[in-house]
Design a protein around this ligand. Structure first.
Ligand code: GMT
Length: 380
């Protein structure tokens, strides 16, 4: 198939999911055309069957708000025409599904009167936060209803979309995935561990875009409690608006030297592959891709019981769950686990086994292929 994929190219789970999906599909012989305003963050150099088409947004003095969604629609239709795309797959409803809807209309009304179906994948904040804003809700609902196929990354997100948006079309749940060959434990962790933890301290890790929904200060609070009991280091991967408040909290607590801000990283699996515990104390996660990436690397996730997270982490088996804001309980789970090496490693292996059996790309990508076929047949 020839598939156009649009996503946010910046640091965030939906862009990661879209890019990894495109790379996997390309390896399976499909022709993949990424269409966005910048190369997606995890797109690594030229690769067979992968193409990238940049969307140029003209800036005129009249435009206080340059109309990206229109430029994107135009580029989608152009690329579809030039490369004979079979369908568009957009990740994150706002504004991508509206642009795809316009592109589909342009193609249908164009000289060749051609069908260009589009699939919308809902990721979370496009529904739970942004989509609920009154200025976006009606058009988000409309573009979801108009999609030729809709997928959601968890049952939680599907149910919430149906309930809050009152959309009637079928929403297929296709879970996020991880490449289990790339994301795995580092078999020789010694040198890298020594770089971050020279005195053989334990390593906790957090990976996100540091937005308020991630509750980065809770990560620091949990780490502070753990560090008082067990010598440890905290690796913070990513960047975003809450970085300075978290940094300042670490300074106030006198633990700044043990909190390592690594910034945005391309090869996150290298850092995950040496860590012991992953902290994800988010206010809300529709899935929690970072936890899954950690699990594939045998890193035990300690997270909040929110949104779609319980669909990914089974409490007490492949990780631990606590209520949002309950930093005491999350710290207690970490201290107990770090104090028992055998249990820590056994649970890490159990977490990987879950990632492998339920969320490996080799299992999930065929579900997208099958869904595309149904969309092309008109039977989705
Ligand atoms: O988390 C965000 O800030 C936005 C969004 C994104 O674009 O990365 O994340 C959502 O999509 C991820 C990938 O499907 C999910 O793993 C996250 O759980 C989801 N975030 C929320 O629901 C808050």
């Amino acid at each position: 198939m020839k598939i156009g994929i649009t996503c946010y190219p910046t640091y965030g789970g939906s862009g990661v999911v879209a890019t990894e999906l495109g790379l996997e599909l390309a390896q399976r012989g499909h022709d993949i055309h990424f269409i966005s305003y910048a190369p997606p963050i995890r797109l690594r150099g030229p690769q067979p069957n992968i193409h990238y088409h940049e969307v140029e947004v003209s800036r005129y003095p009249l435009f206080d708000y340059p109309p990206y969604d229109l430029a994107l629609a135009t580029r989608m239709a152009e690329v579809a025409q030039l490369y004979d795309l079979d369908l568009l797959h957009v990740h994150y409803a706002i504004p991508h599904s509206v642009s795809a809807l316009l592109a589909r209309q342009m193609m249908a009304d164009g000289p060749r009167g051609r069908r260009l179906p589009f699939v919308t994948t809902l990721h979370g904040t496009d529904i739970t936060l942004v989509g609920l804003d009154r200025s976006y809700l009606p058009i988000t609902r409309y573009s979801i209803q108009q999609s030729d196929g809709v997928t959601a990354i968890s049952n939680y997100l599907r149910d919430r979309t149906q309930r809050v948006f009152d959309v009637k079309n079928h929403i297929e749940v296709i879970y996020n995935s991880v490449n289990c060959d790339v994301y795995c434990r580092n078999p020789e962790p010694g040198a890298l561990r020594a770089e971050y933890a020279p005195n053989n301290e334990r390593i906790l890790v957090h990976l996100s875009n540091f937005r308020p929904v991630k509750r980065l200060t809770d990560v620091v609070e949990i780490f502070d409690r753990v560090r008082k009991q067990i010598p440890s280091k905290l690796l913070l991967i990513g960047d975003g608006p809450d970085r300075s408040v978290a940094e300042w909290l670490a300074v106030q607590k006198g633990i700044h030297a043990d909190v390592l801000f690594l910034g945005k990283q391309d090869q996150v699996q290298e850092k995950l592959g040496i860590a012991d515990i992953l902290l994800m104390p988010s206010e809300l996660e529709s899935f929690g891709l970072a936890a899954l990436e950690g699990m594939a690397c045998e890193v035990v996730p300690i997270a909040t019981r929110t949104g779609g997270v319980p669909e990914v982490i089974e409490h007490g088996k492949s990780g631990y769950l606590a209520d949002v804001g309950d930093v005491e309980t999350m710290a207690r789970f970490a201290i107990e686990l770090l104090g028992d090496e055998d249990r820590l490693r056994a649970m890490g292996k159990q977490a990987r086994a879950v990632a492998q059996s339920r969320f490996c790309s080799s299992k999930i990508v065929p579900q997208y292929e099958e869904f595309y076929r149904r969309v092309l047949d008109g039977s989705s």
